[in-house]
Design a binder for this molecule. Sequence first.
Ligand code: 5AD
Ligand code: SF4
Length: 439
Amino acid sequence: MNRPKTYHITTFGCQMNEHDSETIAGMLSQMGFSESPGRDEADVAIINTCSVRENADKRFFGTLGQLKKKKLADPEFTVCVCGCMMQQQHVIDSIKSKYPWVDIIFGTHNIHQFPQLLESVLREKEKVVNVWEDGGDIVEGLPAKRLYKHKAFVNIMYGCNNFCTYCIVPYTRGRERSRRPQDILDEVKRLVSDGVREVTLLGQNVNSYKGDEHTDFADLIYRLNEVSGLERIRFMTSHPKDLSDKLIQAYGDCDKLCNYIHLPVQSGSSRVLARMNRKYTREDYLNLIAKLKKTVPQITISTDIIVGFPGETEEDFEETLDLVRKVEYDSAFTFLYSIRRGTPAEKYEDQIPEDVKHQRFNRLVETVNSISAEKNAGYVGRVEKVLVEGLSKTSDRTYTGRTEEFKLINFAGTPDMVGKIIDVKVTEGKTFSLEGEVI
Ligand code: 5AD
Ligand code: SF4
């Protein structure tokens, strides 16, 4: 039988989506498919979508438009779309009417069904739309084709209960559900025996992980710290309102927990934070940072910031700039507020004009970048432990890796270093990365 043989996955959005794509790739490998280097040569194309901001939506429809030509020329070419956008009915309606040639639509809650859906489309040549509204039980034991050999993502919880007023995620990823601690430990041990040295625990709000009555997030870290062969533990993302003293103490106690935290602040104004439904004030956040820095003086900190949230005044924005200067972030992801359909902030009447948003955005980026460059310059002369990831994209002799504090560092290396933790002396600090030499 002339079965399709190759696939290509395009992933938009966050690490959750990256990891879901690893699962989809794992299932396709099990079905006998191999990965195609380009979307145009593949027999099956999968687009894993993100709905967190409007530009991700636009890029998805742009990508879909590009596939139309190939699909019309070759009806056997199978197009599958999945991810957060598919959890919104208006998106499904628009795909059905404007892109009726899409073969499979599935959602974030039923990724495990993808092999069945694909088999049925290949057999019956009929389109399928199968999206679950809610999470249901967590499905364990799905395969994953990992992006990296030496580091891995491990989901510890799914969904979000926080309903920040700007955010679509609680509607697309459902309510919080935590995996059992033993399932997580078993997976990490399996990964370690497969050569993984660093795990990143994933969840929309890992701090509210609740494995069982004895295991909150900090307990999980303490247990993972005991896994022999594992060298580094990271996690993404935390909500400041749930960051416990116990977890801060875990940084002091657990040698494998990397001295780095991504702690989204979103705004430096308590008034804006209240309207965002973030449930902490500017002062609460600064107190947390002070505690973290006291327990772990060498900690590096990154954040997410939204500019131009409805009603944000010049004074509110100045408070954000001031907070950025006070915290001295190592890096920050900055976003222009983008209206999301169905969220409470969509209805707020005091939307900020685009030009004001952009002007504030540029000022924020300038502030963030100058602090990043200053902090990175402070690393010159230090020797850092670096987990080597591979060749840098720009050269065939420059290797790249991450320090324990999650700084990206480039240095002249050799292929045998990949996957190892080596000592690198920092020779230069740039805005977004370090340069170094192996010692
Ligand atoms: N507009 C702009 N940024 C947003 N984020 C989430 N929703 C929106 C939105 N509607 C940002 C937040 C979040 C990050 C993943 O994306 O900063 O932490
Ligand atoms: Fe969105 Fe807020 Fe949940 Fe993060 S905590 S996913 S920003 S609702």
